[in-house]
Design a protein around this ligand. Sequence first.
Ligand code: CIR
Length: 257
Amino acid sequence: MFTHAITRLPGSDYTQGLTTSTLPAPDLTQALAQHQAYVRCLCSLGLTVEELPPAPGFPDACFVEDTAVVVAETGVITRPGAPSRRSESQLMAPVLGRHRSLVQIEAPGTLDGGDILQVNRQMFIGVSDRTNEEGARQLREILTPLGYACHLISVAAGLHLKSSLNYVGKNTMLVTQDFAGHSALNGFEILISPQGEEYAANTLLVNDTLIMPAGYPSTQKMLRGLGLVILTLETSEYRKMDGGLTCLSLRLSAPLP
Ligand code: CIR
């Protein structure tokens, strides 16, 4: 059960961040409005949201999810795969250090939080352009003794694992076609985001509510069929920078004593 979230406002240099998108550059005013709606939504679900100020010089810093992996027992400060983002995790360390004891991914390991999906005591670790084998190995060494079963998944499509694969509740994974047959997902029901709606696979489950991006009607219809409580949020200005719902926050449950 999440009780707390950490977010960071996009700064005036937001449009200078990394992206592979061919969409037009984002509009900062709209991005701020979408961020505000996102934070309001988390608050409405009962979370206390700690909103950090923009980090000048780090245009991708609003994508805080990539800077850490947080479980009830510990916080893992990552070493982001993109050199321009590497110092973002050092900005997060003192903030997360108020909630968890910290460990750190060390060079030559690289790891982005967007590649890590937690489902109860299972951890799915994407090995991607941003998270290398060594980063994945280090995370597994940290989490296995804590009782987490770690599954490595190679990410050949999309930026991060969670760009394409997310848990939506009811023992069900929402995935893009590329991940549908992966053996690490055995035991889960699989829903495939319809062609043309791949971006909608980036959904965010907060306690019993599923937040999904606005504008993906076929995916929404499919998820409603599961009887899920669904909220939608506009994410257009984050999509333009390869971001979405999961990457805009770090979610924390109550720490273990
Ligand atoms: C980047 O390329 O690193 C950012 N523009 C987007 C990061 C999105 N993060 C995420 O999905 N966890």
